[in-house]
Design a protein around this ligand. Sequence first.
Ligand code: FAD
Length: 441
Amino acid sequence: MISFHADRSHAAAVPGSPSSEEARDFPSGGIRRCDRSDMGDPAMRASNRSRHDVVIVGGRVAGSATAMLLARLGHDVVVVDQALFPSDTVSTHSIARSGVVQLRRWGLLDAVLDSGAPAIRQVTFHALGDSISRPVKLKAGIDFVVAPRRYVLDAIVANAAERAGTDVRPGVTVTGVRRDGRGRAVGVYGRDRVGAPIDIGARYVIGADGLQSRVARSVGAAISEVRQGDGATQYAYYAGIPWTGNEFFVGARSLAGVFPTHDGQACIWICNPSADAKAVRRRTASRAEAFGELLERSAPQLAERLRRARRTSPVSGMLRMPNQLRQAFGPGWALVGDAGYHRDAVTGYGISDAFRDAEFLAVALDQALGSGVEETAALTLYQQQRDQALREIFEITCRLAAYPAVPAFIELQKQLSAAIDKQAAALAARPVPGERLLATA
Ligand SMILES: Cc1cc2nc3c(=O)[nH]c(=O)nc-3n(C[C@H](O)[C@H](O)[C@H](O)COP(=O)(O)OP(=O)(O)OC[C@H]3O[C@@H](n4cnc5c(N)ncnc54)[C@H](O)[C@@H]3O)c2cc1C
């Protein structure tokens, strides 16, 4: 298991063993094509030098999912992350139907539910003085969504990667990508948690290191598309009152909401243009006061309910969220998750994007590593699949993040819901990477 050093207040919430669903689907922790004994000389490991098929920088939803799938496909993978797990990251965390489909297909959904994240079966929209509640319909085999805290979700995926055979190394900061004489990425270097130098060689270097990706900067990955992006999302946790499901409050130049999560708490959030968030912050004494005022203005019904609740966390969030795509690969490297594609959080879709693209990338790398498919062909297909799959929701996200008038905003929300259902159905129909090997073992 990953060593749990950080943020001890969260440690008890993290499941420590495979769920029954995982145990059923992956009884041996994954079938390996390679022998663990050829994963590198122990002397090299001890001296912080090693060589692998794939090194992944960043061990949250994008990095650990890619690692888990590659390891299940039999590859020798190491994941490094400067963070220790379990630990939180700045993000609200409702997982869309398509992301829930991925968790189920990969055998991780039971672990998420076992962690105490409630299955959310009702969604309520409040707009223009009306409130409409609907059950989450059964589509793509899923009739609920879920909003696990990131310190729980990320650890579940990282633990699954480790159980499949990935060498997960928390507390390792990568400072650069090593290139050979022809410019091909051949590994990464950096330092471990005590400051000792680390040098990891690999046939492929994957940047799953988020928006500010060090890997992307080191290899000079070009930003291939930039759209206007000036959205803000702020959030805090509240306890002490009942929550009926996910709720969305559409206001003028704002979207606020409720995501029920562990321990009877809910993540309360608000998205709006950064200029609006900053203007309120300038004339208030604290982030908490500014957050309260934004909610009061944009979702007064919610603000009224929260007067009976207790805020259990500081207010967190992000301003000026970019909408951008980076080139997805180059010689010996590829990007996945926010490192390659970032979008405003107004659609709450980054985790689902990361899960989808992790699978596309793992399959492409599997082909390049072992199935005789030429690297450029495999990784070009990855980039094409990513760019095609993200397009519809990216366009909707950019339009929502411009905060059009409320009727247009509501129409875009309907389009978003249909686009997510379409993507969930497409993912549900795919073969599960590693499943065939497991079935014939
Ligand atoms: C305010 C906000 C709200 C959001 N709400 C939602 C939501 O409700 N639903 C949803 O689906 N998405 C949401 N998102 C988007 C979602 O959080 C991201 O899309 C998702 O976290 C991307 O995952 P990732 O694995 O690509 O990157 P990250 O989660 O950013 O993880 C990157 C990892 O790389 C590590 N790293 C970085 N640099 C280095 C280095 N040099 N060496 C070693 N390690 C390194 C970091 O420590 C980190 O652990 C939200 C985002 C924000 C900002």
